[in-house]
Design a protein around this ligand. Structure first.
Ligand code: SF4
Length: 279
């Protein structure tokens, strides 16, 4: 690669915002030769792969799969079976960020400037993400710069005929099936939609607790406790209550009355997500 070469990369998470960004770039910057990539933890929902497949159809080119050389099980064992958590988020580092860096830094070492397009919307703050360790890795935020908010993202997806990823009917973030950022209602729904993935998460948790891990997947209780019928009922009731309250406090935009479905995190007041996994 010659010094002075420019490369353009765009990471897809299998989620709504990064897919909308890919559509936006295709429509507004067709002159750029963008390499689309997806860092695959091996623990993704089947709906993610299905959505990526449809997106590839729209983009007319394959999305590169970046696989970590060591998988989740390897790192879990290395880390004494301690589950990842918001306080110790080794999963993102090992399974998302390192594979990206391993792919992108050789380009920089060969003299390229790499532009990395990240899906931050205009209605969000840019808190953390692929913070660049090199002047030759330049982070760009085209959705934010173009004033595209959540409703704008949905319009882009609808306009391209893609719509939302199928998991949005029960979960509003992409990422690992067992991501600890999930709300309790999402665990309940994971159990209902993907019982095998829920069982796998339970097994990981059991081993972790046996090895002294201070973390369970969901704060304050194990999945075995969470899946008790009376607890599930309680979680569902709490969810409905929050939904009713938020709906009654939300003003409908008359220009876009059908848009902006409520995200689960909005109900629980969680706004911090991992850009590498969930956008
Ligand atoms: S989706 Fe969640 S569990 Fe998976 S790598 Fe990201 S933060 Fe970790």
């Amino acid at each position: 690669m010659r010094t002075g070469t420019e490369k353009h990369v765009l990471g897809l998470s299998g989620g709504r915002d990064s897919a909308a960004l890919a559509i936006y770039m295709r429509q507004h910057h067709p002159e750029l030769e963008i390499e689309y990539f997806f860092t695959d933890t091996g623990k993704e929902l089947p709906e993610v792969y299905e959505f990526l497949g449809r997106l590839e159809g729209f983009l007319g080119k394959p999305i590169l799969r970046l696989n970590p050389d060591r998988d989740f099980d390897f790192w879990l064992k290395q880390l004494n079976n301690y589950l990842p958590s918001p306080q110790a988020r080794w999963c993102t580092r090992k399974l998302k960020i390192h594979p990206f860096e391993k792919w992108v830094y050789p380009m920089i070492d060969e003299g390229a400037t790499v532009y990395s397009y990240v899906a931050i919307r205009s209605d969000e703050e840019y808190r953390e993400g692929y913070s660049s360790k090199s002047d030759s890795l330049v982070v760009k935020l085209p959705l934010k710069d173009a004033g595209i908010d959540k409703a704008g993202v949905i319009e882009l997806l609808d306009g391209a005929g893609l719509g939302l990823p199928a998991y949005y009917s029960w979960r509003t973030r992409s990422g690992c099936t067992f991501c600890f950022f999930q709300q309790k209602i999402e665990w309940v729904r994971l159990k209902e939609r993907h019982p095998d993935a829920f069982e796998e998460a339970k097994t990981y948790e059991k081993t972790a607790v046996e090895h002294g891990s201070p973390f369970t997947w969901s704060q304050g209780e194990s999945l075995e406790q969470l899946e008790k019928p009376e607890r599930i009922e309680q979680i569902k009731r709490d969810y409905e209550k929050r939904l009713t309250r938020l709906r009654s406090n939300t003003q409908i935009n008359p220009l876009r009355p059908d848009h902006e479905p409520l995200d689960i995190d909005e109900l629980y007041g969680q706004t911090k997500v991992c850009l590498a996994c969930h956008k």
